[in-house]
Design a protein around this ligand. Sequence first.
Ligand SMILES: Cc1cc2nc3c(=O)[nH]c(=O)nc-3n(C[C@H](O)[C@H](O)[C@H](O)COP(=O)(O)OP(=O)(O)OC[C@H]3O[C@@H](n4cnc5c(N)ncnc54)[C@H](O)[C@@H]3O)c2cc1C
Length: 391
Amino acid sequence: MRAVVSGAGISGLAVAHALTSLGWQVDLVEVAPGPRTEGYTLDLFGPGYAAAEELGVLDAISARGRVYRAARFVQATGRSSGELPLAAFAELQGGRFLSITRGGLEEALRSTLPEGARVHFGRTVADVAEMADLRDQEDVARVRLDDGTELDADLVLICEGLHSPTRAQLFPDAAVRHLGFLTGAFSTEAPEVSERLGLTVEMSDTIGRQVGTYAMDDELVSTFTLARGTELPADRVDWLREQLVGAGPAAEALIARVPEDDVFVDVVAQAIAPRWRHGRVLLMGDAAHAVSLIAGQGASLAIAGAHALGQELATLTRPVTAVTLTQALDRYETRWRAQVEPVQDRARQGASSFVPTGRSALVLRRLVVRATRLPLVARLVARSIGGAPTH
Ligand SMILES: Cc1cc2nc3c(=O)[nH]c(=O)nc-3n(C[C@H](O)[C@H](O)[C@H](O)COP(=O)(O)OP(=O)(O)OC[C@H]3O[C@@H](n4cnc5c(N)ncnc54)[C@H](O)[C@@H]3O)c2cc1C
């Protein structure tokens, strides 16, 4: 069986693992000219961690991951107003929690791809409507790439992320729901900041925005920000610099070092698609069900979703027809919607409390952070971060 996967991000690479382990041939088509380096750090835990283990990629991920000791909230002066014990949360989840850069996670997934998978960088899929065609029930779809290459596929998976252009063409009823925030991130060389931070994440104790700064290794430091807003700024670098002002000593030390290129700025939003399947084309990962960074588990759900699809396809018996194939895809959609829709709901409800809107909300958060020193509260927080297994 053959699949074409559009998008070689976390979802596309994870599904390539799931399918090749069933003996499928997989062609990944990635618009970026090569591996992406820009981005941010992700926390991996719960269902995504378990799925990575079952897909046999956990060792490669762990080798590139870190466990931060604490998230320290700091005022503009540098004075600490509380700490979240991150390492203790990880321990309370049996050590099944790590932080890894998006690029590191993609590299871990890409470097362990077996022979049955090929990545075509700098390419996109053309003829989107034709490839969904199921008129010839026994036949496969012929997928043409933008350079004219033709690939036969039983299944076409759209793993193009939140702003998927193919979803826009094939699923016109799908929407991107903005949650009222902008997010940004960058990494830069700052060895002295890295040394000072060690394994502590410095979080701004600010109203209206949340800035976090942490060391990625001995040289590189990364910062992310989450701020109220819906319009992308005209000058992304300037906007990122403004975010760092008054956001704590580590963030302020980076103001002059925001790179001119290689920065990430986007709206915080969810993908809402009433259908995930069109013929033999299936939306996956953020393209189908982006939960937003407020949920903090989109990558985890992308990996676990890939594993869930693999489990449904593993039930197919030969000869596989268009009918049995699409039935398996529909079983996956029913099962996976039940997992991701509650996560989307919780993120929408929690969005407004994520960034303190005023003085009283800031004080409340300080109290909650301090309460995590109590073992019972720490256990509750760890459980709510880890979530319940989904398979
Ligand atoms: C600041 C921030 C922090 C986050 N923190 C966490 C966290 O702690 N834990 C967590 O689990 N998740 C987190 N997330 C969410 C997580 O990053 C996403 O859910 C995850 O990256 C989704 O993976 P994906 O492969 O579906 O999409 P993406 O990562 O967006 O990948 C899509 C890929 O498709 C490619 N592509 C796009 N269009 C085309 C096309 N037409 N043809 C070919 N290729 C195309 C893109 O270049 C890209 O490589 C965070 C997100 C942000 C923004």
